[in-house]
Design a binder for this molecule. Structure first.
Ligand SMILES: *Cc1c(COP(=O)(O)O)cnc(C)c1O
Length: 461
């Protein structure tokens, strides 16, 4: 604590003064000295309550994770019961726990038909570290240890550990930590960015095929005997909700098959209903070899992630023998696993995927496109419960704002002030709301978002 007295402080001021001791993730500490953080104290459904009593519509589901919304009693009860029964035991030395066992079986049921095993972690970053070790182990066991290179995409997000941030394609992260060897990046299928860059016409589907071809070119350049896998999010999330052209995934799938390299679909955001299917992989019919998962697996109530493993990889791990020298203290943590089970059972019982597909997502996507009529919005992207509004200087001529304008950040601040949580990725305004969002909430969102777009336009005019 600072040496200031807290006697005359409001509760907001008191928490903010304590928070002065908190080093925040992905934040400039100096910004918080200028303006302390907003304190979120409680939440119900799709609304957050801050320490001043404001109610904010959470169109980001926390950080893309609170898929079933806040305050679900079944999930709370499952955590309480399990922490009483057995708060911790591990799965290292030929032991398991009922929640770890049940969760792996439940995941086998909802995963694509060729995947029946799960490795557990505490996060998406750890899941992607695990991916790297599984990929290398697989090729090692097949007698091809020289197959080491994993190809990823620029502007991908795969987490913040050293391996996961290396797999990711975020230049700002690489600049602060370097990247580990044997990871290379190819272009992302971001049609709008390329269209703005090049000017002139750029056919969307032709562009999708070209970007896919750049993966094949990279494999040829490196030599297929050196390449182990390609990793990608079905739809890039933190990169700005980049929905690829329809031509992209079928080509990429063909290329991975043709060269016999593993396809890793990072389902940390796309999984668990975001696209209206269990996995983004189902939406695009990807048939991947490995699927890292996290976030929506537990609706964020407790930290848990994992990697879902295809049968043919399991067969190699089993038949070639030997220990997989990898694991976390909290792999399959019983309380986290119990929470994930309760969350998945709730999703099934409430038929949430069907509701999303048939009702919520079509309504959200159509209303999102209305926001596309705003003069500031150059492109609307979105699938399922996922969307982005791209703020531009001149929508008719595809001209973006100069990056120092900070249009996205300005808009995000107006949203916050107007009790709406949208995230800015550059000048893309992002939404990834809880799946339990109702039409009335969507109407609130559109009304507040339009107002904030107006405010932003005035502020930067
Ligand atoms: C968030 C995210 C991760 C990292 O997950 P953490 O739980 O934050 O470590 C990995 N991949 C994708 C696609 C993500 O969005």
């Amino acid at each position: 604590m600072n040496q200031t007295s807290t006697a005359n402080m409001s509760s907001t001021e008191m928490w903010q003064s304590m928070d002065g001791h908190h080093l925040h993730p992905f934040t400039n500490p100096n910004d918080l000295l200028q303006k302390p953080p907003r304190i979120i104290e409680s939440a119900r459904g799709v609304y957050l309550t801050d320490s001043e009593g404001n109610e904010l519509l959470d169109m980001m589901a926390g950080l893309w994770c609170v898929n079933m919304g806040y305050g679900q009693q079944d999930i709370i009860d499952a955590a309480t019961a399990q922490i009483n029964q057995l708060p911790y035991y591990n799965a290292f030395f030929k032991t398991s726990t009922p929640p770890a066992a049940e969760l792996s079986a439940l995941l086998a049921e909802i995963s694509p038909a060729h995947m029946h095993h799960a490795f557990f972690t505490s996060s998406g970053s750890e899941a992607n570290d695990t991916v790297l070790r599984l990929v290398w182990r697989y090729w090692d066991l097949l007698g091809k240890p020289e197959k080491r290179v994993v190809i990823s995409r620029k502007n991908a997000y795969h987490g913040s550990t050293i391996a996961a941030s290396s797999l990711g394609g975020m230049a700002d992260m690489h600049a602060q930590g370097g990247i580990i060897p044997d990871i290379v990046h190819v272009d992302e299928p971001n049609w709008f960015a390329r269209r703005c860059e090049l000017g002139g016409d750029l056919d969307r589907e032709e562009f999708g095929r070209q970007v896919a071809q750049s993966l094949a070119d990279k494999i040829e350049e490196l030599g297929v005997d050196k390449v182990a896998a390609f990793i990608a999010e079905p739809i890039q999330g933190a990169g700005g909700v980049i929905v690829p052209p329809d031509s992209y995934w079928p080509e990429v799938k063909k290329i991975c098959r043709h060269y016999g390299i593993l396809l890793v679909a990072d389902e940390v955001i796309c999984g668990f209903g975001r696209t209206g299917e269990w996995f983004g992989t189902n939406y695009y019919d990807l048939k991947p070899d490995l699927m890292p998962i996290a976030k929506g697996l537990s609706s964020g109530y407790l930290p848990i992630g994992g990697v879902i493993v295809a049968d043919h990889i399991m067969e190699v791990l089993i038949s070639q023998g030997g220990e997989f020298n990898h694991g976390y203290t909290y792999s399959g943590h019983p309380v986290c696993a119990a929470v994930a089970i309760a969350n998945l059972k709730l999703m099934i019982r409430e038929n949430i995927l069907q509701t999303v597909r048939e009702s919520t997502a079509p309504y959200l996507q159509s209303r999102l496109r209305e926001l596309g009529e705003h003069p500031l919005v150059g492109e609307v992207r979105g699938v399922g419960m996922f969307g982005a509004l791209e703020l531009v200087k001149d929508k008719d001529n595809y001209i973006k704002f100069h990056k120092d304008t900070g249009a996205g950040i300005i808009c995000r601040e107006f949203c916050f002030e107007n009790n709406l949580v949208m995230r800015a990725v550059g000048d893309s305004m992002i939404i990834s709301p809880p799946l339990i969002l109702q039409q009335a909430d969507i109407d609130v969102f559109v009304e507040r978002a339009w107002k904030c777009l107006d405010l932003t336009q005035k502020a930067i005019a």
